[in-house]
Design a binder for this molecule. Structure first.
Ligand SMILES: [Zn+2]
Length: 332
């Protein structure tokens, strides 16, 4: 560990050289590398957390650049996990970083948590959070829940062996369309950064064996109003009491419409590795976007083809149309 690099941190009585050295031995997974996940990754990398695992299914778009701090114009079209990996390597070459360009689902989530001490929620959807909650309760890995919308943020530590889980707080997943989304409510650009830094503060406390906050924090950044609410374990919690992990048991939806983006995502039905180089040669309108992805530009649609066989079809929300393009260009 390079003590010069972390001098300001080491000088803190809360941290010291002992705390900093503990951080350097810890491993954290960041699930989702949008606005929240970008700031979380940046903060944990600079802080000197020893190993980071960066996971995201998407690629960088122009509209990301005004609030996702890991990316710049040279990253446009490249998978976020890949761009983030390159960025973190430049920020801190002292730490180990891995990335995975995948759609986190019941079939791969446990594998993604191998040797991970803590999971940071950088996602923007409840489905993924319930899945993370299921696996973390099942295998006893702590995770930190963070959500942002409008000017309003939430943050809670979920430490399965000690306290309540996400389903103690929100027992049933809100149905689709019942909640505002970022598209409908908008989001103040300072909010995700603030909430991400609050989440990282809790992460650093946890990773250095310091007491962490036990309440749910809700914070309105516009009016500077915050509340701390005690959350108790529900006697009948489906996840942490009954240990019925329904989100892990869900059959993976191979074709999903990506909300508000006029895009459809298709996962392959079996494990594959696509020969991206051959595909680029085969289609004149294809171009490489990093090591894990190519883009095939058609007249009305764009196919973003990932090495693991996943495709995001842009330009339609019709799953049938998307599947037909998938079989025409990629295969069955
Ligand atoms: Zn629970």
């Amino acid at each position: 560990m390079d003590t010069k690099r972390y001098a300001r941190h080491i000088a803190l009585p809360e941290m010291g050289e002992k705390g900093q050295s503990k951080l350097s031995e810890k491993s954290v997974a960041v699930f989702g590398l949008g606005a929240l996940g970008s700031t979380i990754t940046d903060a944990l990398a600079r802080t000197g957390v020893g190993r980071l695992k960066l996971v995201d299914r998407d690629f960088v778009e122009l509209s990301n650049l005004n609030h996702q701090i890991l990316y710049d114009e040279s990253d446009l079209g490249i998978p976020k996990a890949e761009a983030a990996l390159g960025r973190v390597n430049k920020i801190n070459s002292d730490i180990k970083v891995e990335s995975a360009v995948v759609d986190i689902n019941p079939t791969n989530i446990e594998e993604l948590l191998e040797d991970v001490d803590l999971v940071m929620d950088g996602s923007d959807n409840m489905e993924l959070r319930y899945l993370v909650n299921d696996i973390c309760v099942k295998i006893g890995v702590p995770w930190i829940y963070t959500a942002v919308l409008g000017t309003y943020g939430m943050n809670m530590n979920v430490f399965p062996t000690k306290g309540p889980c996400l389903r103690c707080l929100i027992p049933e997943k809100p149905s689709r369309g019942s909640m505002d989304t970022c598209e409908s409510a908008g989001i103040l650009f300072t909010l995700p950064r603030t909430m991400a830094n609050i989440a990282c503060t809790e992460a650093i406390k946890y990773l250095t064996d310091k007491p962490t906050r036990q309440e749910l924090l809700t914070f309105d950044i516009w009016g500077y109003e915050y509340e701390l609410t005690e959350v108790e374990r529900r006697d009948d919690c489906e996840t942490c009491v009954e240990r019925n992990f329904e989100f892990l048991a869900l059959e993976e939806d191979l074709t999903t419409e990506l909300c508000g983006r006029n895009s459809v995502q298709i996962n392959p039905s079996e494990k594959v590795e696509l020969p991206l180089d051959q595909l680029v040669k085969r289609f004149e309108s294809a171009e490489r976007k990093g090591a894990n992805m190519i883009k095939i530009n058609l007249d009305d649609h764009t196919l973003n083809v990932f090495k693991n066989g996943r495709v995001i079809v842009e330009g339609t929300d019709d799953t049938k149309k998307a599947r037909s393009l998938y079989s025409r260009y990629i295969g069955k």
